[in-house]
Design a protein around this ligand. Structure first.
Ligand SMILES: Cc1ncc(COP(=O)(O)O)c(C=O)c1O
Length: 404
């Protein structure tokens, strides 16, 4: 034991539960257990070869040094082109910034905008880090429950009710991790109507899953739907999910230069900028052939259909069909208050997820970690075989629970 006195801001936060679940799955596997891990938020596909080749070529060509803090000119140009091509949005050079993953973009933005006394509206279920990063910045999260009855989406009415004079920021995530909900252009227009009446509220929209949408949908983003809000909207995006590049750690931001210059200060005093090699790879991903993205999207849709149908055929579970991303978020209220054959009581979604992991070898993440219970998150970024076996194990486990 040391005499470490940790700072209060770190005492307030914790390690990501999905990382903990994935770590536990790895440990159990190392002990020889047969574990199916549906806990991690990352594509199971290999990064496309042309992206890896670009990284290799860049290293051999000497791109192994610090880059401009805000990102290389080549990558910023590829990002500008991406916004023009895919979103119909024009951003100047100083309105684009590259960071070490979309997570660092969010971190920079919250550090630049939020302090004690500021409220940040976070619709639940939410990606865990939103809440934690706001806490780290000493801000207050205003969690707004958006359950299955609301399609897991924030309505204009709910937004209106949650804005106070202290509201600084609204955080949107479409398609959503963990619910898979996708805001339509119409949904965003309705939110924009409310936001227009509150000029002090900024918008952070996390569009990292925008290329993974199903059944012919097209993802929309609020700055394109309501151009008059563009000067108080920060778009967060990255290459991690669309191009299976989580380990390259490249995310990017598009927004007003006044905000980006503040975020740049945070970045310059934390990482000095993203990896040179990762940036070279990201140029190849964004500017190169896009068939990989479409092939993955089709595979995710097939996997979604399989796992959602299996979940809906499971005693005590109800699962809405995700419209995008690669997560299902079933409601498990029908299994609360039951007892396992080993005599363990299932009081909440954490108990259930522990039971699935320890007694049936399926790693998942409990809904409480995302601010909505009783639910759990299933990542379907796994092969059809793994999903089928996991679905079967979940069904067996649920069937064996005894109502008390
Ligand atoms: C909603 C959401 N935003 C951002 C990220 C972070 O992405 P990156 O790996 O680029 O930091 C994730 C990763 O799980 C995510 O689910």
């Amino acid at each position: 034991m040391t005499n470490l006195k940790a700072a209060q801001r770190v005492e307030r936060i914790s390690t990501s539960p999905s990382a903990i679940a994935s770590q536990r799955a790895r440990e159990l596997r190392a002990e020889g257990h047969d574990i199916l891990a549906l806990s991690a938020g990352e594509p199971d596909f290999q990064t496309p070869p042309h992206v890896i080749e670009a990284a290799h070529k860049a290293m051999l060509g000497g791109q192994t040094k610090y880059t401009t803090i805000s990102g290389t000119p080549e990558l910023k140009a590829a990002i500008q082109e991406k916004f023009r091509r895919e979103n119909g949005l024009d951003y100047a050079n100083d309105e684009i910034m590259v960071s070490t993953g979309a997570k660092q973009v969010i971190f920079n933005a919250i550090m630049a905008m939020v302090e004690k006394g500021d409220e940040v509206i976070v619709p639940a279920p939410y990606w865990i880090s939103y809440e934690q990063i706001v806490q780290l910045a000493n801000g207050t999260t205003k969690i707004v429950r958006c359950g299955p009855e609301a399609g897991f989406k924030l309505s204009a009415e709910a937004l209106k009710k949650s804005i106070t004079p202290d509201t600084r920021l609204l955080m949107l995530n479409t398609p959503s991790n963990p619910s898979g909900a996708v805001y339509t252009a119409e949904d965003l227009k309705e939110l924009a109507d409310v936001l227009r009446k509150h000029p002090n509220v900024w918008i952070l929209t996390d569009d990292i899953y925008e290329r993974i949408v199903f059944d012919g949908r097209k993802a929309a983003t609020i700055a394109a739907v309501a151009p008059d809000l563009k000067d108080r909207t920060l778009i967060v995006n990255g290459v991690s999910k669309a191009y299976a590049m989580t380990g390259f750690r490249i995310g990017y931001a598009a927004g007003p230069s006044e905000l980006l210059s503040q975020m740049l200060k945070v970045q310059s005093q934390s990482t000095s900028g993203p990896s040179s090699v990762g940036q070279a790879a990201a140029v190849a991903a964004l500017a190169g052939p896009q068939d990989f993205v479409e092939n993955c999207r089709k595979a995710y849709q097939e996997r979604r259909d399989l796992i959602v149908s299996m979940l809906n055929q499971t005693t005590g579970l109800t699962c809405q069909t995700p419209e995008g991303a690669f997560y299902a978020f079933p409601d498990c209220s029908g299994l609360m208050g039951t007892t396992t054959p080993e005599g363990k009581k299932i009081e909440n979604d954490r108990d259930l997820v522990m039971h699935f992991m320890d007694d049936h070898g399926v790693a998942l993440v409990h809904g409480a970690a995302y601010g909505l219970s009783p639910n759990f998150r299933v990542s379907f970024a796994a092969s059809m075989e793994v999903l089928e076996e996991a679905g079967r194990r979940i069904q067996t486990a649920a069937n064996a629970l005894v109502k008390t």
